[in-house]
Design a protein around this ligand. Structure first.
Ligand code: DLL
Length: 436
């Protein structure tokens, strides 16, 4: 039987959800207008007053916020509560520019942890579980968010943080962890290490809550099979709160958005036009219950689809499909749009036990032509096979890629253990083109 953390919210009627959203949106807009100069100026510039926002149907009148806006407002520009009421920051990794800092009051942290608790319960978690959290702790939201959610559910929480794989495996076996929280790429690495260490029979895991990066259905099957678990997706971003913006249920078919806290829209990324349910576009979120850092119409750059269909789990919260990548992850290779997830899908489909889930995409430009090279690690099954077998697999991948992407690629099966493993978000793409 399906279990919920907050049943009356998670299974509320559509009318009730809309009512909450409208009331909370109005309250939030008044709050930021009164308490934050940045928002007030933004709305004044557009000639919008809080009175213009009477409910969700008026959301479209408000301007979008982008990561650039958040960076410009760094560090305190978007803080909407006095510092004396803020108790925590979390931050993005800042690999592509200045960091974004998000602030939380205690109320904000409580709500965020409840969102993560919903995800853990949806994955089958109860107070009898031992939950091993190997997302990074610190400024990254993964560790603190799932740690808090695990406490709320009442699981015995192992605050491992990322890395130190030997220690992870020792605690996993000695304390008989039943739920694993980490990035899917680290889950794949842990699975590989468990098999190598020959300790599969000592593993008591039943579920994994994996997110923070794009991963495919094929990768899910691979991890589920290797670890003998059910693998659930979890989505979120620092700007909104961290993990727990959306989570998967027993149906394992899309993630329910916690829409009593976050209003989701899909827009055309070129024009900003709001798209109808079911259409693919950029995901935009508005926080309607946060106090310290409630971003309004924040453009995530994540490309996905929303659907409000009846779910077998009984939850009524709208669902988002697995994001198919970020608009800024998209590579344009010889004029063709290519998402890393399309390549991963092909590799895992062709795999048949011959390939590992470890791969790297290398893009370059030689004589003004883009080149696409894919290194993928072979498994021990074929490592010692003759060169013809290996070439035949490479050829199969090249053909499949050509039919999916419409462009040619060079595929290299490389020796086991030659591609660096990731303990957090995997870095799959190396783009050596000097385009800017
Ligand atoms: O990755 C928060 C998080 C931590 C989510 C742990 C889930 C689990 P950021 O570092 O700010 O926050 O990165 C946010 O990561 O815009 C997506 O592009 C990507 N992302 C997050 N979850 C998923 C997912 C955390 N389940 C960015 N599938 C987002 C695909 C994801 N992409």
């Amino acid at each position: 039987m399906e279990r919920y953390y907050q049943e009356s919210i998670e299974t509320a009627s559509y009318e009730q959800i809309k009512k909450w959203q409208s009331e909370r949106l109005v309250k939030t807009i008044n709050h930021v207008y009164e308490n934050n100069k940045y928002y007030r100026n933004l709305m004044d510039e557009k000639g919008i007053t809080p009175d213009d926002i009477k409910g969700v149907e008026d959301l479209h009148k408000l301007p979008f916020l982008t990561k650039d806006d958040l960076r410009k407002a760094y560090p305190y520009g978007l803080m909407s509560k006095p510092l004396s009421e803020c108790v925590r920051i979390q931050s993005t990794s800042g690999t592509t520019g200045k960091r974004v800092v998000a602030f939380y009051t205690q109320h904000d942290i409580d709500l965020w942890e409840e969102c993560c608790a919903r995800a853990i319960v949806a994955a089958g978690g109860t107070k009898d579980d031992v939950c091993q959290v190997c997302y990074g702790y610190g400024l990254f939201t993964g560790g603190p968010g799932l740690n808090g959610g695990s406490h709320k559910v009442g699981c015995l929480t192992l605050p491992m943080s990322s890395g130190n794989t030997d220690r992870q495996l020792q605690f996993m076996t000695d304390l008989e962890a039943t739920i694993l929280c980490c990035t899917p790429s680290y889950a794949a690495y842990l699975a590989e290490s468990i098999h190598e260490a020959g300790i599969r029979d000592q593993i008591k895991l039943k579920a994994g809550i994996f997110g923070a990066e794009a991963w495919t259905e094929e990768m899910r099957h691979d991890i589920e099979e290797k670890l003998g678990i059910k693998a659930y997706d979890i989505y979120g971003l620092t700007e909104i709160c961290g993990p727990g913006v959306a989570f998967e249920c027993s149906a394992q078919a899309g993630m329910h958005i916690n829409e009593d806290h976050f209003i989701a829209e899909i827009i055309n990324p070129e024009t900003g036009e709001v798209l109808p349910e079911g259409e693919k576009g950029e995901l935009v979120f508005t926080c309607i219950t946060k106090e310290a850092f409630p971003v309004i119409r924040y453009r995530t750059k994540d490309i996905c689809v929303l659907t409000r269909e009846k779910c077998s789990c009984g939850r009524t919260l709208i669902k988002m499909a697995k994001p198919m990548g970020r608009s800024d992850d998209m590579m344009i290779i010889r004029g063709v749009n290519v998402f890393p997830s399309q390549i991963e899908e092909v590799l895992l489909k062709v795999s048949g036990g011959d390939l590992t889930p470890n791969y790297q995409i290398i893009v370059d430009r030689v004589n003004n032509t883009d080149t696409l090279d894919i290194n993928v690690e072979m498994s021990n099954n074929i490592f010692s096979d003759d060169i013809k077998t290996i070439q035949a697999i490479e050829k199969k991948i090249v053909e499949k890629l050509r039919s999916v992407l419409g462009i040619g690629a060079k595929v290299h099966l490389v020796n086991p253990k030659t591609i660096e493993r990731s303990e957090g978000k995997a870095k799959r793409v190396i783009d050596n083109r000097k385009l800017v």
